[in-house]
Design a protein. Structure first.
Ligand SMILES: [Zn+2]
Ligand SMILES: [Zn+2]
Length: 336
């Protein structure tokens, strides 16, 4: 039976389409200006003024790494910004018959929750609210897949929503979480690289500071670069550490705030599979090299997840199988 369409989108914000566009693109503009300004200041004040043409190889090395971090920062930021939340798969939308049942039972909460539980079970959804109710969205008219939340800014249900980030003008969700981590990582590494190399060179070289003072505006450019690095690099680094900590424990920002994940059978489960590597593979893909490059490697559609007890059960089954093989082997050894 065909799924019924969602309600026409309603804005929770007081702004109109103009402010929606401003909200979506202002972060993008600020980010590009910051990357361009900090790279230009570093190249002019440090690489071309302080280092100077006498150390040509060092200039090539510093310029290459500046562009390397700059390009990776912009590339991963762009992918985070552009990767909009994907549509919830059709099977999670209420059918016309189901919606009529929901409408009919609107004031009978007990009967409604029982009907919703049947609909959720039919779709293989195991999670519930802390009150034991089915996670459904009346606006989108879906039963939310596990780890899905309705974003009031995007005005839609978002698969594995982490949080809505105004700096990226987008939700951070299942399909762009890897790019988000990379954007934070490469921006922080870029800022750290520029600050560290500048500080080391100015400390160890005899005439680096003199050459910088001799170039027009180079000292002022360097001071602005240091201020920018602290103002941008420190919070960006902090966000990266917090987000990577979440990734290692396979928990979203929303789940971390809410605490436990509740299941239909009353169990309090966790998506933390007990191994940092396993947790990261679930979110970033199976190939380590792809964790570092802003290309798509996130597995699946983000609607189904393993929980800790799934992994524990699989491990105990494997252990039993190994024990059984060892016993069989022992017996076959003694009888032969
Ligand atoms: Zn929704
Ligand atoms: Zn959003």
């Amino acid at each position: 039976m065909a799924a019924i369409p969602p309600e026409s989108p309603k804005s929770d914000s007081q702004g109109g389409p103009f402010w929606d566009i401003v909200g979506r693109y202002i972060g993008l503009l600020v980010f590009f200006i910051l990357v361009k300004t900090s790279c230009s200041l570093y190249l002019y004040s440090v690489v071309f003024s302080a280092v100077g043409p006498t150390h040509r190889n060092l200039q090539y090395f510093l310029t290459t790494f500046t562009y390397f971090f700059g390009i990776l920062s912009v590339w991963s930021y762009w992918r985070t910004h552009r990767e909009l939340p994907s549509k919830i798969p059709d099977r999670y939308y209420f059918t016309g018959a189901e919606w009529r049942i929901i409408e009919a039972l609107r004031y009978d909460h007990q009967a409604l929750s029982e009907e919703l539980a049947v609909m959720a079970d039919a779709r293989g959804i195991r999670t519930r609210t802390p009150d034991g109710l089915v996670n459904a969205c009346n606006t989108c008219r879906v039963i939310k897949p596990e780890r899905t939340h309705h974003c009031s800014v995007c005005r839609m249900c978002v698969i594995k929503m982490d949080h809505h980030c105004p700096w990226f003008g987008n939700c951070i969700h299942y399909h762009n979480f890897k790019y988000f981590l990379q954007a934070l990582l490469y921006s922080t590494l870029g800022m750290t690289f520029m600050l560290l190399t500048a500080a080391i060179y100015l400390l160890v070289s005899d005439n680096g500071m003199k050459r910088m003072k001799a170039a027009d505006g180079a000292v002022l450019g360097f001071v602005v670069l240091v201020l920018l690095s602290f103002c941008v690099g420190v919070p960006t680094g902090g966000f990266f550490v917090a987000s990577f900590y979440h990734a290692m424990h396979n928990v979203t920002t929303l789940e971390d705030l809410k605490g436990t994940v509740y299941f239909a059978d009353g169990a309090e489960e966790s998506y933390n599979l007990g191994s940092c590597c396993l947790n990261l593979k679930q979110q970033l893909g199976p190939v380590f090299l792809a964790w570092l490059i802003p290309v798509n490697s996130t597995p699946g559609d983000g609607t189904q997840y393993l929980v800790r007890s799934d992994v524990d059960t699989a491990k105990s089954k494997r252990r039993k199988l190994t024990d059984k093989k060892a016993i069989d082997h022992t017996f076959s050894g003694t009888t032969s």
